[in-house]
Design a binder for this molecule. Sequence first.
Ligand code: SF4
Length: 476
Amino acid sequence: MSKNIADKIKKLRLKNNMSQKDFGALIGISDRAVSKWENGLSNPSAQNLIAISKIFNVPVDYFSESVSVKNDIVKAVGMESLTELYKTGRGPSSSHTIGPEKACIAFKNRNQNAEYFKVVLFGSLAKTGKGHGTDVVIEKTFAPINCNVEFNYTETDIKHPNTMDLYAYEKERLVDRLRVYSVGGGSIAFDDVEIEKPERIYSFDKFSDIAKYCKENDLRLYEYVEQTENNCFYEYMLNVWQAMKRSIFNGLNDEGILPGGLEVQKKAKSLFDSQHIDESAETRENRMVCSYAFAVSEQNASGETIVTAPTCGAAGVLPAVLYYQQQKHKFSDDKIIKALETAGLIGNLIKTNASISGAECGCQAEIGSACAMASAALAELFGLSIDKIEYAAEIAIEHHLGLTCDPICGLVQIPCIERNAVAAMRAINAVNLASFLWNTRKISFDRVVQTMKETGHDLSSSYKETSEAGLARIKL
Ligand code: SF4
């Protein structure tokens, strides 16, 4: 953050005899977050700057010497926590399964004596909930207690397109009711609480700025992440990695047909168990990495637990690459977490400056982003320089540009599952290329992210998760 803003905030707080804790309480943030602002380690959002100006009765442009604020005071700068990117929950959709699952867990916990539950889905949750398995995830979450899921297709007077009502009953009597909104990315909000965007805790939102800062301060990218996130972050990431490994393990031990009616067979286990008649080390590597990617993606398609990386549909790419490397080189979990943090930074930059949503920018935004994250993670595991990490992530996005989102029947199965496996192999390829050719590159990571965004907006909506064109038109 601008040293100037940091100094001004501190000066105003001290002039008003406020502790960091009291000042933070007025804004709704911790004293640690205030300390980070005052030390220039993170940025107040534009909304927070407006709140600060009100508290101290100064005009908003009092802070306007910062370039980012001067141009557009309401334009948010920086990035959200990586905890908003990596979310653990049931697939296949963060808004249609992870969010509702979270709501049901909270509701079940506060109604421990309930004899049965009822959930009514509205808006998009009602219209596309069947295809995404929202009802199945809700029933699984309440199990062994019975839950009746209803789809209300007619109610339009709702505050958010993904709305759900939850009811709890004891002895035929309604004992609790809650309206919940699944507001995207696995986050939920409640009826009388205003839906707020998470705070932007990262001071930079361009790779070039982060790279410059890291080089000046002799930091690896993951160290910038650790410097910015809070004290519980390491434990959070450890849980993320454990959940990723569990999804691989469960997927490799699962067989049968995926739900949804396409009769798609689960293939992770057979891929893992097969052996080429004359298997080379390269063939084996390909088979192992792909079987891990299939394992996670099939768990996702089955409504089982995965970690968004950056989304449910692309959840298999990053764990497949990292798990293979951990098996091969015996990397410690600690080293893998540093790689995950590096990958998270890449995913966060794409999420902030373009999109990670297939519905917004096509599959390039989901699988392309996952491939870039996996490339960066692998490059970090190998201890490559920041420039090489950047080049690897740039290559990964560049060769997914224009990729359409056209899943058959709207199910996250064909082409999604294979696409995870292919992207995992591409990530390995991108790192190899980057490690040899990095000093010949012409295109920056920031530029390719911008191009991905423009390409995504130019794509016809038929190719953006609407099932209207491409592979989605094939009748099976
Ligand atoms: S095709 Fe669409 S649903 Fe499937 S992984 Fe790509 S973006 Fe996700």
